[in-house]
Design a protein around this ligand. Structure first.
Ligand SMILES: *Cc1c(COP(=O)(O)O)cnc(C)c1O
Length: 389
């Protein structure tokens, strides 16, 4: 059976050039990068090279990059670090309603520890408006954190404009760029931001490696305490092979950016056109322009996204629902809720994300399978065509 992977926003396969770059760091250069003999120095050289490659991708300086264990750690570190550093100055943080849980749940944690968080509304396409941000700023605001690209509906936020508002009020600005990296051009100097979170496994690198960009001159308290690794900013022996893989993936993403964007958006637009032509009762969520090149989020009327996902899996097609129904909440997606999608429509949401290995044949196969699945589920659905749907 054909296998079609359309969940590149969940994670990506590791590219061959990436794992090939990593292998010698398991077999030959296995030394501890903090050791002073040759096999350690070789590992250290691998880290240095990777730091340069990641820095190049975002127009940063190598010393502004600190490697972490994942994007989530970078998000936790910056929020808790800035909160700790500036708690005497103020205890107010601003973020948006559509952030990743790595941000939202860290904010909830900080709320339990005496901080106040404002969760900004977004418009019907998921955009945070600079004037909405400015209105929320208070004398005690210490940090603004707005994601670069939304992971469910693909909205590319106006980070440069939002960061300018923060700068005007002399407030630190962080962006979670895990979905932006490798998908939109990023120049941290031009954006005027202070902190940025990244992750390797969303750009064809290995899982379990991330990084935080910290603009030079800024120091926040450490998140991990221990040894003097990462110029004393992040303790713990480095994941050398993983970091080398992140570096290689960043180099490839840099060289491939325009081609990647063109390839993904062409297939994504084709998928959208095919779904719109062949399947009735659908609604596309998120913005038309300023969207992640590979993202398509669609609500199918009368049926559950989760059932679509499971039945598509039977055809070898991997997609995602907005986010899984959590036991804590009746709302399947805080993002779709924030852009005003009704709860009944929201239940039928499916996220498709294409990537570098997706082909036109994959899309044709997927649309055929999807048509079969949607027709079957609607046949079974007790509510098809009834009032209230
Ligand atoms: C995947 C993702 C993260 C988490 O990154 P990990 O490396 O998996 O911890 C954070 N933010 C966004 C927007 C993401 O898509």
């Amino acid at each position: 059976m054909r296998q079609v992977y359309l969940d590149y926003s969940a994670t990506t396969p590791v590219k061959e050039d990436v794992w090939k770059a990593m292998l010698p760091y398991y077999t030959d250069f296995y030394g501890n990068p903090s050791s002073l003999y040759s096999v350690g120095l070789e590992a250290k050289a691998g880290l240095d090279k990777a730091r340069g490659q990641v820095a190049d991708l975002i127009n940063a300086e190598p010393r502004e990059i600190t490697f972490t264990s994942c994007g989530t750690e970078a998000d936790n570190w910056v929020l808790e670090g800035v909160a700790d550093k500036l708690k005497e100055k103020g205890k107010h943080i601003i973020t948006s309603k559509i952030e990743h849980h790595a941000i939202l749940h860290t904010c909830e944690y900080l709320e339990k520890h005496g901080f106040e968080v404002t969760y900004l509304d977004v418009d019907s396409e998921g955009f945070v408006k600079p004037e909405v941000l400015e209105d929320a700023i208070r004398d005690d605001t210490i940090l603004i954190s707005i994601m670069m690209v939304n992971n469910e509906i693909g909205t590319v936020e106006p980070i440069k404009e939002l960061a300018a508002v923060a700068k005007k009020h002399k407030i630190y600005f962080h962006t979670d760029a895990v979905q932006g990296l490798g998908n939109v051009p990023i120049d941290v100097k031009d954006l005027g931001i202070d902190f940025m979170s990244m992750s390797a496994h969303k750009i064809y690198g290995p899982k379990g490696v991330g990084a935080l960009y910290t603009r030079k001159g800024i120091k926040i308290p450490n998140f991990m305490h221990g040894g003097a690794q990462e110029t004393k900013r992040r303790a713990g022996t480095e994941n050398v092979a993983g970091i080398v893989g992140f570096g290689k993936a960043a180099e490839l993403a840099h060289a491939n950016l325009e081609h990647h964007r063109a390839h993904c958006s062409e297939l994504r637009d084709y998928l959208r056109k095919e779904i719109e032509e062949k399947i009735s009762g659908i609604q596309v969520n998120g913005p038309r322009d300023h969207r992640h090149p590979g993202n398509l989020n669609v609500c199918f009327d009368y049926i559950e996204g989760e059932s679509i996902l499971l039945m598509l899996d039977g055809f070898g097609v991997a997609v995602s629902t907005g986010s899984a129904c959590s036991s804590k909440s009746l709302v399947p997606s805080h993002v779709l809720e924030a852009i005003g999608v009704s709860i009944t429509k929201m239940n039928g949401a499916v996220r498709f994300t294409v990537g570098d290995f997706t082909t036109k044949e994959d899309i044709d196969y997927t649309v055929d399978a999807l048509k079969t699945v949607v027709e079957k589920l609607r046949e079974w659905s007790p509510v098809t065509g009834q009032e209230g749907w």
